[in-house]
Design a protein around this ligand. Structure first.
Ligand code: PGA
Length: 256
């Protein structure tokens, strides 16, 4: 089996101004030792307005975190008021870009096709997409969760090369578990992460599918991370609410 390095990402969503971002990163660095950060990769996916500040801080103080954005538009530049291009993120040394988070899909109307274009644009600029997939409660109850997730994985990865699939990070996030305090059972998390990997294997072959990393997301907390991480196809977590507090987030990273 491929050795996959764990990846535990903070997704701050629309929280923290740039000065709060500095305080958080310094505190988190103080709470984690270097060995932990060799074992686990830790991207901080911050609002756009925090990225330049974090880039400067990570560089100046040699903080071993990765820099992440929460969204991107796929065009290089142009008359797209309010959008941020992959070129702009690349210029800030952004490593990871969340693509197709369920809040973007559900609240801002992002379609599978738009998400696929974002994923490709992120790769084209040398960054790594964190492709989010997941079902609603209605879909789970109707028995169509797997179908939905497979469809999302298919739509967003069908034009990718094997090398891109190897580098890809996916996040399985059941929508009913996001910010609700409900988590998928460890078995459900493992099962769907395995389904994601199986779909990658079917489309792109076993080699790339073994190397791609699949996170679980949805109410991950210090108290449930140990159960979640037992799944052999679960390679990390995408953490929303519990990533806002450096102590909680450090406990999640340390538990892995
Ligand atoms: P949550 O969010 O940890 O607050 O449930 C996870 C996410 O939306 O990425």
């Amino acid at each position: 089996m491929a050795e996959r390095r764990a990846i535990i990402a903070a997704n701050w969503k629309m929280y923290k101004v740039h000065t709060e971002a500095i305080q958080f990163a310094q505190k988190l660095h103080y709470l984690l030792d270097e060995d932990e950060l060799k074992r686990v990769e830790v991207p901080i996916c911050a609002p756009f307005t925090d990225l330049r500040t974090l880039q400067t801080l990570f560089d100046a103080d040699r903080l071993p975190f990765k820099l992440g954005a929460q969204d991107v538009y796929w065009e290089e530049e142009g008359a797209f008021t309010g959008e941020i291009s992959p070129r702009m993120l690349e210029a800030l040394d952004v490593d990871y870009v969340i693509c197709g988070h369920s809040e973007r899909r559900e609240l801002f109307g992002e379609t599978d096709e738009m998400v696929a274009r974002k994923v490709e644009a992120v790769f084209a600029h040398g960054m790594t997409p964190v492709l989010c997939v997941g079902e609603t409660l209605e879909e789970r109850e109707a028995g169509s969760a797997t179908e939905k997730v497979v469809r999302q994985v298919t739509a967003a990865t069908s034009d990718l090369s094997s090398t891109q699939v190897e580098g890809l990070v996916l996040a399985y996030e059941p929508i009913w578990a996001i910010g609700t305090g409900k988590t998928a059972t460890p078995d459900d998390a493992q099962e769907m992460c395995a389904t994601v990997r199986a779909q990658l294997e079917e489309m792109h072959g076993a080699g790339p599918a073994e190397k791609a990393r699949v996170q679980y997301g949805g109410s991950v907390k210090p108290g449930n991370i140990e159960m979640i991480m037992r799944g052999e196809d679960v390679d990390g977590a995408l953490v929303g609410g519990a990533s806002l507090d450096p102590e909680d987030f450090a406990r999640i990273v340390t538990a892995w």
